[in-house]
Design a protein around this ligand. Sequence first.
Ligand code: PEP
Ligand code: MG
Length: 597
Amino acid sequence: MTQGAPPSSLRLFGSPGASGMAFGPALVIEQRSLPIPHRQIAADEVAAEVNRLQRAFLKVKSELESIRESLDPQSEAEHRLLIDAHLWMLKDELFFEASLQKIRSGKCAEWALREAGDAIIERIRQASSFYLRERAQDIEHLVLEIVRALRESGCDGVEFEKAAILVTTDLSATQLLALPRHLLLGIVTEEGTSVGHLAIVARALRIPAVVGVKGALQHIANGTPILIDGRKGEVILSPTEYEEGCVHEHPAIRSHSPGPFSKAPFLPTTTRDGHPISIAANIEFASEVREAIAEGAEGVGLFRTEFLYLEGSEPDEEHLVGTFIEAGSLLAPKCLILRTFDLGGDKLPSGDNHLAKRISSILGTRCRHALGMRGTRLAMRLRDLLETQVRAALRAAAEVDIRLMFPMISTLDEWREVKRLVDHVLDALQQDRVPHRKVPLGAMIETPAGIWMAPELSDECDFLSLGTNDLTQYALAWDRHYSSTEPPFLEPSLLRMIAHVAQVVARKGQALCICGDLAFHPLAAPLLVGLGLRSFSVPPSEIHFLRATIARLSLSECEKAAQSALSCTTQSEVKQRALQALKPMLGGLWESMGLVL
Ligand code: PEP
Ligand code: MG
């Protein structure tokens, strides 16, 4: 916002989600999140709430049935019995009817369900039989499952009568993909962080977003005009005419359609003293390749291919081959690094399609969980899909320059299983006499285990790529989706882990890229260069900033700042020392970008 602004309206702050400004009426949708909302509903909302509850019951029922089908009748008979009990409870008319009555008395679906469930639990707890008392826990699980299903449907069928800024408790990347983009001016969520996949997809789609705005739903009423600044993470309620004018002063960043790409001819990135640094692009959709090229990307360092599976049903082999060849041809002669689909966690298909059912039968009730079944581990359980994707990549590689990397590799066993799968696909292609090409294979290091296995992994991989969004999450037990703090990117522990990998890989003369959001953090990026990173991959919109940052620094300045950071013991100390060391060279750039560090 321009300096000297007159006194203004109420402001709320969250984290930067996707940069850009938007102004418009708020469309407030209360995503039915835990804790259970206590919302009184009007008489004309009853039918819609009843409908939501019915759909949630059906969804949980179909999930439980798929899980039951996937269990072995002999060795998993006990689990099947447990699921039968849950299914039986779901069919209990009294439970459903009691919830309906509460909706009719003016309570939202979650509230009604909670009260109906509590009443049953209370009765069961008073039973004399220990066995029956134990069943209270089952009812509790079931209530939570139905609440989750209600929550997931919270943004289904959001009615956009006109262009608006969506204000909601929580939104997944998949739900965002289902919203009408031409009417979605911006997004404000109470949950979420700047490295969650909602923020990543909003950036890719150029939809300004502010995430993690605590109390947003309490303060913003439906229809209130709001102004959001995604870069600052700020929401202004009922802005003054002056503040509103700021959006129009910045037409280049207010739009949610692709911005004016820099038309500058491609120049390789170097430090001020001429050391080359490669900057490639992270993309979520093949359509972003043009923007990546226009911004001067030296290739695509991370194509998050899972989004091909989240916008509907799973793509078939021919569709994948076509997509990869098209993206690779646009990019030629530069290289396209495909990451095999990284589903799980906050990236799950929605709805009732075949893939959604398969995944829910694998994840069971532990869906949207950051631990366990994620990334390559989950992909291995969807082996036919993974083989199809690898096959498509190897076929496309006959025509364009492709590399393949696998997400969340933590152990050597996981990597060897990946290699066996690729070899199997290669044999099949050979036998079928289908044109294809063997491609370099890489592992993404995203867990502390991966860090410590880097020497062995780098012996068996063609390249490594550091996924620092997840590494930050798993190294510091910092929840990537539900944290209320900014990512602790400058923690010395994180920098020391990266330094370790960089040294190992450099000793072996291997290639190491970094593709998490740390790579374009204004203070961390120079430290990464100082730690030995020479290959970065960042969202297209960040290439210009990263290039300008690197061009202002000499390699020895970066190395000195990095060594100093490694000797720090706290994040604030790292920040303070980095600011002190870098401000003389970068202060002007930060100011021109409106960055306050
Ligand atoms: C990462 O974890 O840093 C990464 C690049 O992968 P994603 O953000 O898609 O999990
Ligand atoms: Mg990751």
